[in-house]
Design a binder for this molecule. Structure first.
Ligand code: ZN
Length: 270
């Protein structure tokens, strides 16, 4: 499932492939996608932006319409796929030099591509971006540690709440909490400013590490699809903790799985 680094790498690809280029044809192969996408024909892509896991492409349309994209669980954008390649939901053909077309593939069809009024609408309801906003300890303490429900909220639930901090998913929560030495099920009210500072650094470390191996690839692999596990604790149940050697533990809370080291990440609030 794509998280912030995969979505940012997708943004970077789409920007390089399409910025400044005019749409000559839109082929909606999935009837569930809105017909309004055909209004893109004739428009030029100006540039792609991202907040959390949402993408928005500005165009030169007079009405200011923006293409809003969310990859859902299995969505991906590729350039010039083989015609017989499965799960192509949308194909956008471009004029001029560069890839002839951009294709949106989505096996589980939980992602979306639609035209919206402007970028504000595309990013509606999302909190600050976990990478671009470079949240400090003070910002995290406020955004994740306060508000209704803060007395009982766990750090993991708050980190996954896209309305507060946008872009982190299950993988990021396990990795960031490990780097920070904080238990993912810790109550936010138990965290002091030192812990928030370690978390701010942990979030940045995870995102930059992951982005470094993702950005610039034409086709982005998602961890759930197999292959090497590039993560420090995620999906490493029973393997030794890279810091202390204790076995990494897997636990499920709220239907979401986390991986952590009980020695390096002691839970203080129980
Ligand atoms: Zn450990």
């Amino acid at each position: 499932m794509p998280e912030l680094p995969e979505v940012e790498a997708t943004r970077d690809n789409l920007e390089r492939w399409s910025a400044g280029r005019r749409v000559v044809r839109v082929e909606r192969r999935d009837p569930a996608l809105e017909e309004s996408l055909e209004r893109l024909v004739g428009a030029r892509f100006v540039g792609w932006s991202r907040r959390g896991k949402a993408l928005a492409a500005k165009t030169d349309r007079a009405d200011g319409a923006v293409l809003h994209v969310h990859l859902g669980m299995t969505g991906r954008w590729v350039r010039d796929p083989e015609p017989e390649r499965a799960h192509q939901r949308l194909v956008i053909e471009l004029a001029g030099p560069g890839p002839r077309c951009l294709a949106y593939l989505d096996v589980r069809r939980l992602g979306t591509a639609r035209l919206v009024g402007d970028e504000v609408e595309a990013f509606e309801g999302l909190g600050i971006d976990a990478r671009d906003a470079r949240p400090s300890a003070e910002v995290l303490a406020r955004v994740l540690g306060e508000g209704a429900g803060a007395a009982s909220a766990t750090l993991k639930a708050r980190l996954l709440d896209q309305k507060r901090l946008a872009g982190l998913g299950n993988i990021a929560v396990s990795e960031c909490c490990f780097f920070a030495g904080v238990h993912p099920h810790e109550r936010v009210r138990a965290l002091g400013m030192k812990a928030w500072a370690r978390l701010a650094a942990g979030i940045a470390e995870h995102l930059e590490r992951t982005l470094a191996t993702t950005i610039g690839r034409d086709e982005i692999a998602y961890v759930s699809e197999g292959g090497d596990n590039p993560f420090v604790v995620y999906a490493r149940e029973g393997e030794p903790c890279p810091r202390c050697g204790a076995p990494i533990v897997r636990a499920v809370a709220g239907g979401r799985v986390s991986f952590f080291c009980v020695r390096c990440q002691p839970e203080v609030s129980g």
